[in-house]
Design a protein around this ligand. Sequence first.
Ligand code: TYM
Length: 341
Amino acid sequence: MTDGAASTGRARVFSGMQPSGAVHLGNLLGALTGWVTLQKDADCVYSIVDLHAITAPDDHDPALLRQRTLDLAAALLGVGVDPSRSTLFVQSHVREHAELAWLFNCVATFGELGRMPQFKDKSAGRDASVSVGLFDYPVLQTADILLYHATKVPVGEDQRHHIELARDIGQRFNHRFGEVFTLPTAILPPVAARVMDLQEPTRKMSKSASSEKGVVFVLDEPDAIAAKFRSAVTDSDGKVRVDRAAKPGVTNLLEILAATTSRTVEQAADEHAGSGYGALKTAVAEAVIPFLEPMRARSLELAADQAELERILADGAARAREVAAPTLERARLAMGLLPPA
Ligand code: TYM
């Protein structure tokens, strides 16, 4: 892999996902569909961000983390990340991420990190007991992106603030120490940038939901998917139409239907305008099940070959390092750190 986008004429893309649980429909429609599509025209670097996953100490089980890291590799390949075109690696295998995060720690401010909405959510009511890592999480994310000179970062809506912060930190660094970093832009999907929980449609679908009933996983069996959509929470108005504020459940179903059938949400709503909610739920399940089935089959097949997964990840880390190491070196020099003799 060559240094930056300029030398290949192709845009550089970076994105990451935490190995903190099974991949769900929110991850898939919010981010992974973009990861897969962008591979056609861009030079893509995708990371399993295990150093981010350990910022939530309550949930830190070392054996489970190792397993989830491999499972996520299988899932990413299963949904269509192609290691012959893109670089797929585990974040902690490329030490430059942690080191650049330290340099950025000395550029980012306490105030801007304290204002990050995700930190506020995750630390609410337990300020003193959350890890410093959780507070610092967006700085490590900034290092992830800026190490590779990425211009495009495909993510779901919840990551928008983190990408803006990465721009701010990169810009501040360049201003103080000279042009080292390229400033990234978030790429959000046109529909389903924020997939909601089927049981609690005012909350986003999440790996850490209190119940799995509202979360559709890529590895769910077809019957389980149908049952989850059948019991999706809607409203008592009875009309199929888009209104995120007043009708979050129905709007979420329409967005999922649109995203899995390559239509706009308005088209999906028009087609179901006269239907009851039962028929809408059936239509969504019938769209989602065949959409996920090939991904599920490929993920399970790949998960069974650990040696092959490890080979792909080792190759990815070596390719990632080729870009990350010189970028870090430039940042160190720009800041005035004495090169080792
Ligand atoms: P993570 O692991 O929580 O989620 C991975 C991706 O899935 C998207 N996503 C959703 N999109 C739509 N609806 C939802 N309900 C939903 N839930 C999750 C997220 O927006 C994300 O794109 N901080 C990142 C990981 C990260 C990263 C990076 C991303 C670390 N370094 C550098 C981009 C670039 C995160 O927690 O993702």
